[in-house]
Design a protein around this ligand. Structure first.
Ligand SMILES: Cc1ncc(COP(=O)(O)O)c(C=O)c1O
Length: 398
């Protein structure tokens, strides 16, 4: 069974995780592990983290009963965990605040990050501005074009946004570039990684910072319904919003945990990012996990209408939960996600992120057959950043 002391001392969740990095990255990772071990044992640190979450991020976020969506689907009662209402518009800010406090404790003055949809970049630039630190964000050139508004937001917040033109010019290439920068600037720089992935201790640390979502959701549903939900649904890119909400329920074996990956245009090479549907275990960007790869073990290209789900590997704790059958991973395609985007906007007056729209799409498919049951969907972010993509998508679909 899953236990909250995971990963083990070597950073393994069952068979997955670990620290597969060149020698040059070992020293900063060990320094980070040591600093996090110290800080996470300090109640003062958690008090400061929680105070920032309340004062700056605006937590707790509501758990909202989605009355009109529930009525329309005619099955399960649906609740939305409104991470879109957190400062900067997504769950990413929880982790950015946690890591920036850690960076300050380590005496670092320069922050680097990678970003796909731009929400993690915006969260990092925001936290860096709040703490007066220099900030550089690496972003694939393809993602910069898709998420122009977030690039502008990061620059307004004082960050340097560096275009990455290597490979598929998306998130995995931005991660590689950030790792290269870190190796060259270890003395003053903290790498503020944006999801529950990469080498140990990141998957654990990011989960711990995001677990506030699950703690709140559990208390809120007990207060509102007097019982636990039957199902918790979240989209899975790297896996941080999903592991954040899952962690609140993972020891409640009767609560089904469903992760929704990007099915893209088809489950065929290069057309999706559904690692559990098309991938297999291997080593990628410092961790052992499920990866989309070709027959030679090389990372395959990916596709999703949503920049934040378009990543080759999945966080290792999800790989473990998958093999344990404690969580179930499914996928929806681009069309289904865009349809869900529109439905939530019109029935609830909420424009969701395209990432979160994948979780909504799966809810639309499954809720009608779940009469008498309760679902919590993690609404990981708001969709302002995606409006241009929707405009183009709808234009092409007509
Ligand atoms: C709103 C939103 N949801 C979900 C994700 C996917 O990341 P993760 O799986 O780490 O939550 C992103 C990533 O950019 C995002 O911006």
């Amino acid at each position: 069974m899953h236990n909250s002391n995971s990963p083990d001392d070597r950073g393994y969740f069952g068979d997955y995780g670990g620290r597969f990095v060149p020698d040059t990255l070992m020293a900063p990772l060990l320094q980070l592990e040591q600093a996090y071990a110290e800080l996470s044992a300090s109640s003062e640190f958690w008090r400061e983290f929680e105070s920032m979450l309340t004062q700056f991020v605006g937590r707790e976020t509501p758990l909202q009963y989605a009355a009109r969506l529930t009525e329309k689907l005619g099955g399960a009662k649906i609740y939305l965990k409104r991470e879109d209402l957190a400062h900067t518009g997504a769950h990413k800010i929880n982790n950015a605040i946690g890591q920036i406090l850690l960076a300050r404790h380590m005496g670092k003055t320069r922050i680097i990050a990678e970003t796909g949809a731009g929400q993690h970049g915006v969260a990092t630039a925001t936290a860096a501005a709040q703490f007066g630190m220099k900030c550089v964000v690496y972003m694939g050139a393809e993602d910069m074009a898709r998420q122009e508004m977030n690039v502008f937001r990061m620059r307004l917040l004082g960050a340097d946004v560096v275009a990455v033109n290597a490979g598929s010019r998306t998130l995995k290439d931005a991660v590689s570039e950030a790792m290269r920068d870190w190796v060259g600037n270890i003395a003053d720089t903290h790498y503020l990684l944006g999801s529950a992935l990469g080498p140990h201790p990141y998957p654990r640390m990011v989960r711990d910072f995001q677990s506030v979502i699950g703690r709140e959701a559990r208390e809120q549903i007990l207060a509102q319904e007097g019982k636990l939900p039957d199902t918790v649904i979240a989209c899975v890119g790297g896996g941080s919003n999903a592991i954040g909400i899952f962690s609140g329920f993972v020891n409640d074996k009767d609560v089904a945990l469903i992760g929704v990956e990007a099915g893209g245009t088809a489950i065929a090479a290069g057309e999706h990012a559904a690692r559990f549907a098309g991938g297999k275990p291997g080593i990628f960007q410092g961790m052992k996990t499920y990866i989309l790869q070709d027959n030679d073990g090389q990372a395959s290209p990916t596709h999703s209408v949503s920049a934040g789900l378009d990543y080759t590997g999945v966080g290792p704790e999800h790989a473990w939960l998958h093999d344990l059958k404690r969580a179930t991973y499914t996928n929806v395609n681009d069309d289904e996600a865009v349809t869900a985007f529109h439905l939530l906007a019109r029935t609830e007056g909420i424009i969701p992120a395209l990432e979160s729209s994948h979780a909504i799409a799966y809810t639309i498919k499954s809720a009608p057959a779940m009469k008498g049951k309760t679902i919590i969907v993690n609404l990981s972010g708001r969709g302002d950043k995606d409006i241009g993509i929707i405009q183009k998508y709808d234009g092409a679909r007509k």
